[in-house]
Design a protein around this ligand. Structure first.
Ligand code: FMN
Length: 186
């Protein structure tokens, strides 16, 4: 089996990380993989924000907690009240992928780029996990303040985020994949 296919199949979401920061050259390789994702009309409508500052990651986590507390959804409120509430899993690096609002397909472009980040990380033996919290955070009343603090360019919308760091454990076994998700017309 080719190395690329092995990496794709072996990538798992990592949720327990070592404290040690990933090396800058590893980070740059991961970002390069993101920049080489396909994009509609080659518009490359992404912007990557790399956050390696614990205080800033804690600020985002706290915003997420407030959003959940105000959600009026019992399960979400419970989650936010838990002592174990760590939506960023103490990962040393967080990357937010923002899309150009005027591009043709920023969601598809940035989704492809985000997946490339995860796969490149796995190829380097670095753990990663895609996180869905950006949606909630950047639709909250704090959105503009946070976008300014993070230097997200004017006209760009934070779409996706993922965390990165050295894995504290080996990859977990993959959750079973659904059957019958393909049909063939030949
Ligand atoms: C859009 C999206 C949002 C996700 N949000 C979260 C999240 O907030 N927290 C989390 O722990 N994992 C999150 N994940 C990771 C999924 O739980 C994970 O990919 C899935 O369970 C399959 O496991 P695998 O990545 O190990 O193959 C997210 C994945 C995607 C694609």
């Amino acid at each position: 089996m080719s190395e690329a296919i092995k990496v794709l199949l072996n990538r798992r979401s990592t949720r327990v990380f070592k404290d040690e920061q990933i090396k800058d050259e590893e980070l740059e390789t991961i970002l390069e993989a993101g920049r080489f994702a396909p994009s509609a009309m080659n518009q490359q409508s992404w912007h990557f924000t790399v956050i390696q500052n614990k205080e800033v990651i804690n600020t985002l986590a706290e915003t997420f907690r407030q959003v959940l507390l105000n959600s009026n959804q019992e399960a979400m409120v419970k989650r936010a009240q838990s002592d174990n509430f760590k939506p960023y899993y103490n990962a040393p690096t967080l990357i937010i992928v923002s899309g150009d609002k005027n591009a043709i397909a920023p969601k598809a472009d940035c989704g492809a780029a985000t997946e490339n980040l995860l796969v490149a990380a796995e190829a380097l033996g670095i753990g990663s996990c895609w996180l869905g919290s950006s949606d909630a955070i950047f639709n909250s009343p704090k959105a503009e303040e946070l976008k300014n603090m993070l230097g997200i360019p004017e006209g760009y919308e934070p779409l996706y985020s993922a965390i990165f760091g050295y894995k504290a454990n080996d990859n977990a076994k993959a959750a079973p994949r659904k059957e019958n998700t393909v049909n063939y017309i030949r």
